[in-house]
Design a protein around this ligand. Structure first.
Ligand SMILES: Nc1ncnc2c1ncn2[C@@H]1O[C@H](COP(=O)(O)OP(=O)(O)OP(=O)(O)O)[C@@H](O)[C@H]1O
Length: 258
């Protein structure tokens, strides 16, 4: 299921404002890639270009190439909706559909994709909730509202909803920033498990989290105030945190700025 993403020469704009410039990188399958960097340097913008969510914002556009296992996601023949199905996303604030039950939250994407037999749906809901390490906590209340779960449980419900449609890539934009430390650890454990099957990309402000969970890390920075963000350096996480090549990376990870 897991696929490689290759990005080359990518710029992203909001109207006339260029938010990121000339980003090129390879994101490996069955691994976790972390994006770190100071506020406003374009990490979330870049993440959203990977599944064509960026262009949903009026006036926003992308130049450059994003290939998923060699397939150009921005080719004129490609439907953005199919890209978003292949490349799922989990947001900063857990956002279950508030009026839907736990079961319906997980089933929602599958129902959009067409008719699925009830028995098959039951199986996929169970597998997805197990995959998100939530099944044991909710199996006796699947028909209760998703909004009634704790924040950490809601985030795992959103992960279950994302994996129910069997994406190839999971993008996570600060998925733990609204969670307490115990729920954060639960999500980190879950990510470690999910990387056996998915390509995972996470934006995080938490250096320890990047160091704990990711295999590779990209450090983004602004070239100057008001200028676009760029990737300063990308490498194995262990090397980025012990022996980065660039001084700006070292300054950032040691807390000297950002
Ligand atoms: N919807 C938007 N409309 C216009 N400009 C935007 C929009 N979203 C982000 N930007 C601008 O794009 C630049 C990059 O923002 P982005 O949110 O991608 O950075 P970030 O590194 O993820 O920041 P943070 O760590 O604070 O979330 C910023 O200058 C920001 O003001």
């Amino acid at each position: 299921m897991s696929k490689q993403i290759q990005v080359s020469g990518l710029d992203a704009y909001y109207g006339g404002h260029k938010a990121i410039e000339d980003v090129s990188m390879t994101i490996e399958p069955r691994s976790i890639t972390a994006f770190i960097g100071p506020s406003g340097c374009g990490k979330s913008t870049f993440l959203r270009t990977l599944n064509r969510m960026h262009e949903v914002i009026p006036g926003a556009r992308v130049e450059g190439k994003v290939l998923l296992d060699g397939e150009d996601l921005y080719a004129s023949t490609v439907e953005p909706v199919s890209v978003r199905r292949m490349i799922g996303m989990v947001f900063q604030r857990p956002n279950p559909f508030p009026t839907m039950s736990i079961y319906e939250n997980v089933a929602a994407g599958l129902r959009l994709n067409g008719r699925v037999a009830k028995s098959e749906l039951d199986g996929i809901v169970e597998t997805s909730l197990k995959g998100a390490n939530l099944w044991n906590e909710v199996k006796d209340r699947l028909n209760k509202p998703g909004a009634g779960l704790s924040g950490g449980q809601q985030q795992r419900l959103c992960i279950a909803r994302a994996i129910a449609v069997q994406p190839q890539v999971l993008l996570m934009d600060e998925p733990c920033s609204a969670l307490d430390p115990i729920s954060t650890l639960a999500i980190e454990d879950l990510m470690a498990k999910l990387k056996d099957d998915y390509t995972i990309v996470i934006v995080t402000h938490n250096m320890q989290q990047a160091a704990r969970v990711s295999d590779r890390t990209a450090f983004f920075n602004l070239t100057a105030q008001g200028k676009p963000g760029k990737v300063v350096e990308m490498d194995e996480t262990s090397r980025m945190f012990t022996n980065p090549t660039e001084k700006a990376t070292e300054d950032y990870i040691t807390g000297r700025f950002g």
